[in-house]
Design a protein around this ligand. Structure first.
Ligand code: ADE
Length: 227
């Protein structure tokens, strides 16, 4: 899958996603992440890409033209139905289901805003989806874009290896993950539950299922009502 990120802070995206599993997936060519610097498309000698808002008010607004030109510079590489996702707290809240549907695509473009937002006309012209990562306001869309890329990329076949596999994880089937333990069998007087040391696979599976329900009921009862 190819990710294209339109941003004023290309290093933030490149640095943030050049570690661990995502780096390995890029190195192996399973995914690619291309950043496009919106500032490269400024037409003035100071490379400004923002201006004062019409109607007044605080802050600056990103201008339509550099954003549009940045998008047009990659348009020829995109698949026919490639979505253009604008990261904004006004968007629909991102969740595992959205990650799953995006992970099935060939490519996606992510647009990151800064300042007080982006001129509405270019949003109307190029954006297909508005996505938020939660009800809080970030200084820009980059951290949100990285969150989306990470969550989507790990669902693409081959990105996780067998050990990292995501079969039993949180939110699959709207349940949280059961508790995990590793050696030693006792830590600060706390013992690993006996069933996990029993070697009885059926009982272990049953215990894990019960734990998943119990935890979800305790920590995220809202998820159970979705089931
Ligand atoms: N940009 C600023 N805040 C954001 C949020 N909560 N989600 C997505 N993009 C954002």
């Amino acid at each position: 899958m190819k990710f294209y990120v339109l941003t004023l802070f290309t290093d933030m995206i490149k640095d943030g996603l050049s570690h661990s599993i995502i780096k390995r997936a890029c190195d192996e060519g399973i995914i690619s992440i291309e950043t496009i610097d919106i500032r490269d498309f400024a037409k003035n000698k100071h490379r400004h890409v923002d201006d004062y808002p019409y109607g007044g008010g605080a802050g600056m607004v990103m201008q339509a033209q550099p954003v549009y030109d940045a998008y047009m510079s990659i348009k020829h590489k995109l698949s026919e139905n490639c979505p253009v996702v604008y990261m904004t707290p006004q968007g629909k809240t991102f969740d595992q289901r959205k990650a799953e549907s995006l992970s099935k695509l060939e490519d996606m473009v992510i647009l990151c805003g800064h300042y007080e937002g982006i001129d509405e006309r270019v949003i109307e012209e190029i954006v297909t989806d508005e996505v938020s990562i939660g009800d809080f306001v970030l200084t820009g869309g980059e951290l949100a874009a990285m969150t989306v890329i990470d969550a989507v990329a790990r669902l693409i076949p081959g990105v996780l290896n067998k050990e990292e596999s995501f079969m039993d994880e949180s939110f699959t089937d709207n349940l949280l993950e059961y508790p995990q333990y590793t050696r030693p069998a006792e830590f600060m007087g706390r013992k690993v539950p006996d069933v996990l040391l029993s070697g009885h696979h059926k009982n272990i599976e049953k215990w894990r299922k019960e734990q998943a329900y119990e935890r979800t009921l305790k920590k995220r009862p809202d998820l159970l009502s979705k089931k």
